[in-house]
Design a protein around this ligand. Structure first.
Ligand code: GFB
Length: 318
């Protein structure tokens, strides 16, 4: 097994204030490395000159790209320019500058929406670019596919050890709980919580409740990222999943149980379902010796606890 040591290295977590970046920072605290971060006022990642100047001054040796414009199905569907161009700019700027300032190892983080809408399930890595994308998130998917290929291009042309990891749908501490722009799991936590407080008889889900999704707790993802940074060196991206999926309806029932909402579920068919099923085949990562530790119900309880303690200050958008 290839091993890359983080010991004594200057490690930049780009996007350290987001759910994924802050999870990676928490995980890196147990490694013997120096973590470096940049605030949004200090560095606008969409501006190439700023990224070049900052990276030349800070000289990171290792980079995790957890910075991205992210959001749920509605945000993706209604703000295609943001999801395509902001993400392309952020990742292009960081990857190109990493090569210029001699970053030894870099990890680009993508998303399971890179795979074709009707890919065979579970989806192995080699299903990439084998069919049409899901229309609601094709802009984001194209940006993420481009990031994977950019890492591959730097490997081929310059021998750079730049790798990509593709997580499934994520949730947990530090998530976005804004109902318009969030993903389904935090949205259902907010909806169940508010419905319980208001004594409502029902809560409304978007779409049909039938799509299947896989959910991974953010601290497990962060652990997988550090694991891959240390042990993986290859051109192909690596899927990071939980291993099983649930329908959105089943998810809502579990969230309602954790939150203590006892009413019924109703469905808003004016909202899109998106991909019918999106389950990663994570056997490549599992064969390397990594497995997630947090069960869905346990993770939802942790996320709900964080939401209650931080609701007033929880992020309300991107
Ligand atoms: O998590 P989500 O927004 O994104 O939605 P995707 C998953 C499913 O949950 C969809 C349904 O079928 C939604 O219609 N859903 C039900 C809800 N109620 C709600 C609700 O209140 N809020 C939300 N947001 N959904 C995103 C992509 O796709 O997933 C991104 O658009 C990215 O590009 C991300 O890949 C991980 O799983 O459909």
């Amino acid at each position: 097994m290839t091993t890359f040591s983080l010991k004594g290295k200057r490690v930049w977590v780009a996007g350290h204030r987001g759910m994924v970046g802050s999870g990676i920072v928490r995980r890196l605290a147990t490694e013997d490395c120096e973590i470096i971060t940049a605030s949004r006022t200090e560095l606008d990642l969409t501006r190439q000159a700023e990224v070049e100047a900052w990276m030349a001054a800070k000289k990171p040796e290792v980079v995790f790209i957890a910075a991205a414009r992210v959001g749920g199905i509605l945000a993706n569907d209604t703000r295609p320019v943001d999801f395509l161009t902001d993400n392309l700019a952020i990742q292009n700027n960081i990857i190109a500058t990493a090569h210029k300032v001699d970053v030894q190892k870099l990890m680009f983080l993508g998303s399971s929406c890179i795979y074709p809408r009707l890919a065979p399930q579970p989806m192995p890595e080699n299903m990439l670019l084998t069919g049409p994308l899901e229309p609601t998130n094709q802009w984001y998917a194209i940006a993420k596919i481009s990031g994977i290929m950019q890492c591959q291009a730097y490997r081929r042309q310059f021998g750079r050890d730049y790798i990509s990891a593709m997580p499934t749908n994520l949730y947990g501490t530090g998530d976005n709980f804004d109902l318009q722009s969030s993903h389904v799991l935090p949205a259902l936590i907010v909806k169940a919580h508010l419905a319980k407080l208001a004594g409502d008889k029902s809560m409304t889900l978007w779409g049909s409740g039938k799509p299947l999704r896989e959910f991974l707790y953010v601290d497990d993802l962060a652990d997988a990222c550090v694991f891959l940074m240390k042990t993986y060196s290859g051109e192909e991206h690596v899927n990071v999943g939980f291993g099983s999926d649930v329908t959105i309806r089943e998810l809502a029932e579990t969230v309602a149980e954790v939150v203590g909402f006892k009413g019924t579920l109703t469905y808003d068919s004016t909202k899109p379902d998106g991909m019918p099923k999106k389950l990663l085949d994570s056997s490549k990562l599992n064969a390397m010796g990594w497995k997630p530790a947090t069960g869905l119900k346990e993770g939802i309880a942790k996320a709900y606890d964080w939401y209650r303690k931080n609701a007033a200050t929880a992020p309300t958008g991107n």
